[in-house]
Design a protein around this ligand. Structure first.
Ligand code: M6R
Length: 610
């Protein structure tokens, strides 16, 4: 999971590529590099560190190059050093390659190439691609050289290649990692995602797995790996460029937290008819009989998307008369899943590129299951690997910590659960109306919550120096406790554990002391009293309790050291509302600790390796 960008056009390539790399940094940021075609020579500059370090190094250097490649890395093979940074080249500096993914069979290639006298500079898997292409390149047909090499590569990759003596072309190829081509006026771009290119062009061609494209200033020709030409019309992307920028917020994460009312509203918009009490998901209409005949449902995902699935489990089980389970996608394949033509698999992913989720989905489809995905990124791999996709309309999420995509996933899962119940005849229109009326309130309630940010800043100021936190919840707030702990550890590097409150006395209670605050999620439902008992247990061990609640009663006021109030709402909306203060708490704690919030250490936005 690295970010790649390529350009062939008329503008100075150095500045354009650096600008694009800054947008791609969420995909990896341990090293960065550029290759520029400068007066028939291949100029490569690369170094460990962030894109800004690379830009600093290049600040006073001017180039005439209007063709180039850029890369920002998240290390897999070889540590983040200057040498291991991309672009990679052969020893004659004939070919430059950037790569996102993993070449699984690189070792035999490397040994074979070394036997033929090739000298390798780096420890990466990617460098073999440059050497293999150099061997096949006859000085005129770069496309053919790349095409014959990609046919032999195993693993996942998006690559972009240029050759020293070919100033008019870049060749790109995709197998398992995302790649889009942007078409401008007398200029053509390639990048790992659409938002990176939005300030340059809105005409996009999304490449599919097994495709290779030759990019020239005035054209982009797509072929499959066998060399057969593919005709594809570009799509006009109408995303707002501003949504991909910070708009005055200190971090993308904070901006994205504040965009949640819209993320939820847009995800719900046009997908129901309140008057008739109906869910409208035309994407799934062709699968009505599959839904009617289903005997088993799996929800599968990773990270935050997995917690969205866990929250949906509680709501869906109340609605559906079906055995339903949630499986972490990375474990799915090893858990002997019950898969056949009567199984529905719902895969959830912001990026739609998560390798574990894709692996689970591929196995499910091979075994005859019907797969629906919930995805945020338009055209992502998961959408093509699924029978149907329900898009969340959260807009581009840049912060590595997922926030608005999570709330949009919860909203989409609400809709999908209701839709499945509707198709299976489990809901009357009036029951659907009731659920929908509460869901429709969600954006307003989230907006109201966001106005309490100052109170959360004050709490963060009290607690930001703590090194351990416990998050507790029961029922559908248990997954939100997990998500709250994940957010805090991801961006503040504080050790945080999320637990089902009932599990407390089975072990975690041993950790409680005055230095380990406990955040307890308390909602007015059948387990209210039990959660209060759990708070008593923490207090009895001199633990500090921060209660997040939608029902402030005297007993709770008496028990908790601090209370954060969230609006009361129906069960469909409750998980969303409790997630927001936890996101803000994690954000402000991290901000006070001065961490790199949008690009926390060791992480990457989409995890495209298993
Ligand atoms: O793109 P996906 O939703 O498939 O990503 C899944 C996880 O990698 C992701 O949610 C991760 O846990 C985030 N960093 C959470 O903030």
């Amino acid at each position: 999971m690295c970010g790649i960008v390529g350009y062939v056009g008329h503008r100075p390539a150095k500045d354009l590529l650096l600008e694009a790399l800054q947008r791609l940094e969420y995909r990896g940021y341990d090293s960065a590099g550029l290759a520029l075609l400068e007066s028939d020579a291949l100029y490569v500059e690369k170094r460990a560190g962030k894109v800004r370090d690379l830009a600093e190094r290049l600040r006073d250097k001017s180039f005439r190059a209007t063709v180039g490649l850029g890369h920002t890395r998240w290390a897999t093979h070889g540590p983040p050093t200057d040498i291991n940074a991309h672009p990679h080249s052969d020893e004659h500096r004939q070919i430059a390659v950037i790569h996102n993914g993993i070449i699984e069979n690189y070792l035999p290639f490397k040994e074979e190439l070394q036997r033929r006298g090739h000298q390798f500079a780096s420890q990466t898997d990617s460098e073999v691609i440059a050497h293999l292409i150099e061997e096949r390149y006859d000085g005129s047909n770069l496309f053919e050289a790349v095409r014959t090499v990609v046919q032999r590569l195993q693993g996942a990759y998006a690559i972009a290649v240029m050759a020293r003596d070919n100033p008019n072309e870049i060749v790109v190829a995709r197998q398992g990692s995302p790649l889009v081509v942007g078409l401008g006026q007398n200029e053509t771009f390639a990048a790992s995602d659409i938002p990176t290119l939005l300030s340059f062009t809105r005409q996009m061609l999304v490449l599919h797995d097994g495709e290779i494209a030759v990019l020239r200033r005035n054209s982009a020709e797509i072929y499959d790996f066998s060399g057969r030409k593919i005709e594809r019309a570009p799509q006009q992307v109408d995303w707002d460029v501003l949504t991909a920028q910070k708009q005055g917020y200190k971090h993308f994460m904070l901006k994205e937290i504040h965009e949640q009312p819209q993320a939820v509203a847009h995800t719900l918009q046009g997908r129901y008819d309140l008057e008739r009490g109906q869910i409208l998901l035309p994407e799934l209409e062709a699968f009505r009989s599959k839904i009617q005949n289903a005997k088993f449902i799996y929800l599968t995902a990773m990270g935050t998307a997995y917690y969205a699935a866990l929250a949906a489990k509680y709501l869906w089980r109340e609605l559906l008369d079906l055995p339903l389970t949630v499986e972490m996608a990375s474990e799915f394949r090893y858990s002997k899943p019950y898969l056949n033509q009567e199984t529905l698999v719902i895969a959830i992913s912001q990026s739609g590129e998560t390798a574990d989720t894709l692996g689970a989905v591929r196995m499910a489809r091979e075994r005859g299951a019907t797969v629906f995905s919930i995805v945020n990124v338009v055209g992502a791999t998961l959408t093509r690997e699924s029978d149907a996709t329900l898009y969340t309309h959260a807009g581009p999420e840049i912060g590595v910590a997922s926030t608005k995509a999570f709330l949009a996933q919860l909203a989409a899962l609400d809709l999908l659960g209701l839709y499945i119940a509707q198709v299976r005849g489990k809901l009357s229109p009036s029951q659907t109306q009731e659920a929908l009326s509460s869901l429709a309130q969600a954006p307003v309630l989230i907006e109201k919550l966001l106005q309490q940010e100052q109170q959360i800043v004050q709490l963060a100021q009290i607690f930001y120096q703590k090194e351990h936190f416990l998050f507790l919840g029961r029922d559908l707030l248990y997954p939100i406790a997990l998500e709250g702990a994940l957010k805090l550890k991801e961006i503040s590097y504080i050790h945080a554990e999320g637990y089902a409150a009932g599990e407390l006395k089975h072990g975690p209670i041993a950790l409680i002391d005055p230095d380990m605050p406990t955040i307890v999620l308390v909602t007015k439902n059948s387990v209210y009293e039990k959660v209060l008992s759990n708070i008593q247990e923490v207090r009895a061990r001199r633990g500090v309790v921060i209660a997040v609640t939608d029902d402030v009663q005297r007993e709770l006021e008496h028990l908790a050291d601090f209370i954060l109030e969230v609006p009361a709402a129906a069960r469909w909306v409750t998980p969303m509302l409790f997630a927001v203060p936890l996101q803000l708490f994690a954000y402000h704690v991290a901000d006070l600790r001065g961490t790199d919030i949008d690009q926390p250490r060791n992480l990457a936005k989409s995890v495209t390796v298993e």
